[in-house]
Design a protein around this ligand. Structure first.
Ligand code: PEP
Length: 242
């Protein structure tokens, strides 16, 4: 299975800036072993679809849990598909924290993505309190079970310890593997042999200089990257390191 480098821009870059970034990447990217996907603000997705180099996927950072109708301000899976979207992040810790998204909402969004042919990237991970109590494994697996309710095996799981997101504190490669292997075991119980094909990503202050060690772990199949996704040279550095 191909390593996935999923780039989460968060609320950064206008459509014009997205276009310039995509053109810059297209000029400088030499194909590597990893698959790249850019998770951009929805309004920038058409510019990305038009200007990203071939083979680099377009992804959304969220989507509606509903098919269509009276949900002012929301963006449906069908709308995302129409502009070329292949992946959608669901349940990012910032959406869980600032928008009160529950595991049930995350699962509904993941199902909605799958029903429309988008692969959801389901984010889970413990906060600092659970980590300090040594409860990172049960906490994260409980969140995973709720977030995958009714969700099929065409899914990516991102383990993102909240204390490591945007803080510069990276989990060690062994910390990442501890959770990735526990997640893999839970996926085996849910999906059987198909679990071996589900990519489990690590996210939390990943950069060009730490990505190789983390992704070398047997159950880690790529990274979800925030801060280091914004500058093309950092993305090239991470791609080259994989
Ligand atoms: C993220 O946004 O999912 C993330 C992991 O951010 P950062 O790489 O900046 O920690």
């Amino acid at each position: 299975m191909k390593t996935l480098l999923a780039l989460n821009w968060k609320m950064n870059k206008t459509p014009s800036e997205a276009r310039a970034w995509a053109e810059d990447l297209a000029e400088r990217l030499s194909p590597g072993d990893a698959e790249l996907a850019v998770m951009a603000p929805a309004i920038a997705l058409p510019a990305l679809a038009a200007h990203l180099p071939a083979g680099v996927s377009v992804g959304a950072q969220d989507l509606s849990a509903h098919e269509s109708g009276a949900y002012t301000g929301e963006i449906s899976a069908a709308m995302l598909v129409d502009v070329g979207t292949r992946y959608a992040v669901v349940g990012h810790s910032e959406r869980r924290e600032y928008h009160g998204e529950s595991d049930a909402t995350v699962a509904a969004k993941a199902r909605q993505a799958q029903q429309n042919g988008i692969t959801p990237i389901v984010c889970v991970g413990e906060g600092l309190d659970a980590r300090e109590r040594g409860e990172q494994v049960p906490y994260t697996l409980a969140q995973l079970a709720g977030s995958l309710e009714g969700v099929g095996e065409d899914v990516v799981v991102a383990y993102e310890p909240v204390w490591a997101i945007g803080t510069g504190k990276t989990a060690t490669a062994d910390d990442a593997e501890e959770l990735a292997s526990a997640i893999r075991e839970a996926l085996r119980e849910r999906y059987g042999d198909a679990a071996e094909e589900v990519r489990v990503l690590y996210g939390g202050s990943v950069k060009p200089d730490n990505i190789a060690a983390i992704c070398a772990k047997p159950n880690v199949n790529g990274a979800l990257v925030g801060g280091a996704s914004l500058k093309v040279p950092d993305v090239l550095g991470m791609n080259d390191a994989l």
